[in-house]
Design a protein around this ligand. Structure first.
Ligand code: ADP
Ligand code: MG
Length: 372
C-alpha cells in the first residue's frame, strides 16, 4: 500500500502559452447506420473541469476520441484554443490523454513509459530523463521509475499513465474513465488527487464517467449525454437539483416523480396540479413536452410537523429501513409510492401504517418533462 500522493510539485510549466480551450461545433460521428455522436456542441473553457456523464453507449468515448484525434468525425469541427485541429494528428494537438484501455507498454519501465511521450515529440535524451523523472515525482511515484507495469498496482499504473499525459505540459487533459478499474477507496483518493493537481496546474480537463458520484465530486460542469446528444449541462448541483427531464433526474440519483398538469407557469415557477395530491408551486426551467411531473429528491421530502403548513400532504408509512447513516422511509401518498430519506440522527422511529404528513421547501420541487 503506497502513501504516495499526486501533487503539482516543483515543476514549472514550461513557457506554454496554450490556454487549453476545447470546442466542438456540430460534431457528428456515424458508424454505418449508428449515429454515435449527433451534432454535438460543447466547450471547455481554459482551466475548466468538464465531465461527460452518460450511460454506456451514449457516445462519450467517441467524443473523446474525436477530440484526441484518434477518430475522424463525420461532420463538424473541433477547435483547440480557437484553432481548428480537424486535420492534425493526435500528437500535434497538445492534449494529454488517459484512457481506460490505453495501456502502458509492458516491456518498458515506468520511467521509459513516461519518457516515451517525449521521445515521440523529439525531446533530447537528457532533458527527457529529467522531465519524466519529475513527472513521476509529481504523481507520487518518484522511487518507482525502474518498475515494469506488472510490478505496479492498478492505481500506480494509472498514475504512470497520468504522468505520461502530463509530462509534455499539454494544453488540456482528456481522461476517459481513468479510475474505472480501481476499487472504491482508491478511486475516491485518486479523484481528490486529480482534482487537486488540476487546480494547481490550472489545466483544463475533459473527463468521462458513467458514475454520477464521481461526476458530482469532480466537475465544474457536468454534460449529461444520451444517445449521442447532450440532454442537459450545468454545474453539478444545478443539474442535480433542477433536472429538465425524468431521465436526467433518475440517471443522476433517486427521485420521486409525481405526474402533474400545469395550471400556470412563468419560466421560473409553475403552479401545478399533482395527480392525487393537488396544487403546488414548484421550480420551473421552462422545458416543454407532452407530459409533466414534479420531481422531489428523497432527501428533500420531509415529515412536516405542522399539519396546517402549506405544501403538506397526508401520507401513510409503508416501511422504514435504517441504512446506517440514513433512514429510508417508503410512503404512500395520493396513490403514489414515495421515498423519504433522512439522517439516522434526525429520524424518529416510524411504524408501518402510521399516518403522517409530508412536504418540502418550495424551491426543492422541480417541474420536469416526462420522456422515458
Ligand atoms: P460510451 O463511451 O458512452 O459508452 P461509445 O462512444 O463507446 O459510448 O459508443 C457510442 C455508440 O457508438 C455505441 O452505440 C457504440 O456501439 C457505437 N460505436 C462505438 N465505436 C464503434 C465502432 N468502432 N464501430 C461501430 N460502432 C461503434
Ligand atoms: Mg466509453
Amino acid at each position: 500500500m503506497t502513501t504516495s500522493t499526486i501533487s503539482a510539485g516543483s515543476i514549472p510549466r514550461s513557457g506554454n502559452l496554450a490556454q487549453g480551450a476545447i470546442e466542438l461545433r456540430q460534431v457528428s460521428k456515424s458508424y454505418g447506420d449508428v449515429t454515435a455522436v449527433d451534432q454535438l456542441d460543447l466547450t471547455v473553457e481554459p482551466g475548466e473541469f468538464v465531465t461527460l456523464l452518460g450511460p454506456s453507449g451514449s457516445g462519450k468515448t467517441t467524443t473523446m476520441m474525436m477530440v484526441a484525434g484518434f477518430e475522424d468525425h463525420t461532420a463538424g469541427s473541433v477547435l483547440i484554443d480557437g484553432k481548428p485541429v480537424d486535420t492534425l494528428p493526435p500528437r500535434d494537438r497538445n492534449l494529454g490523454v488517459v484512457f481506460q484501455n490505453y495501456a502502458l507498454f509492458p516491456h518498458m519501465s515506468a520511467l521509459e513509459n513516461v519518457e516515451f511521450a517525449l521521445r515521440m515529440r523529439k525531446v533530447p535524451k537528457a532533458e527527457r530523463r529529467q522531465r519524466a523523472a519529475d513527472a513521476l515525482e509529481r504523481v507520487g511515484l518518484g522511487r518507482m521509475g525502474d518498475r515494469k507495469p506488472r510490478q505496479l498496482s492498478g492505481g500506480q499504473q494509472q498514475r504512470v499513465a497520468l504522468a505520461r499525459a502530463l509530462v509534455f505540459n499539454p494544453a488540456a487533459l482528456l481522461l476517459d474513465e481513468p479510475m474505472a478499474a480501481l476499487d472504491k477507496r482508491l478511486r475516491e483518493q485518486m479523484q481528490e488527487e486529480i482534482k487537486t493537481l488540476q487546480k494547481s496546474l490550472g489545466i483544463s480537463v475533459l473527463f468521462v464517467t458513467h458514475d454520477q458520484d464521481e461526476a458530482m465530486a469532480m466537475s465544474d460542469r457536468i454534460v449529461v449525454m444520451r444517445d449521442g446528444k447532450i440532454v442537459q449541462s450545468g454545474p453539478p448541483e444545478d443539474v442535480y437539483n433542477h433536472p429538465l427531464t425524468d431521465w436526467v433526474a433518475s440517471f443522476l440519483g433517486d427521485t420521486n416523480l409525481i405526474p402533474c398538469t400545469i395550471i400556470e407557469r412563468d419560466g421560473e415557477q409553475a403552479v401545478v396540479d399533482m395527480e392525487g395530491l393537488g396544487r403546488a408551486r414548484v421550480r420551473d426551467r421552462g422545458a416543454t413536452g407532452e407530459s409533466y411531473a414534479v420531481s422531489i429528491r428523497p432527501e428533500h421530502l420531509k415529515f412536516s410537523t405542522e399539519p396546517a403548513a402549506g405544501n403538506g400532504y397526508p401520507a401513510t408509512v409503508v416501511s422504514s429501513t435504517n441504512l446506517g447513516a440514513t433512514v429510508r422511509h417508503r410512503l404512500r401518498a395520493g396513490g403514489h409510492d414515495l421515498q423519504l430519506r433522512e439522517l439516522s440522527s434526525d429520524g424518529a422511529g416510524r411504524l408501518p401504517e402510521e399516518e403522517v404528513r409530508v412536504g418540502w421547501d418550495a424551491d426543492r420541487a422541480q417541474l420536469l418533462v416526462l420522456e422515458s
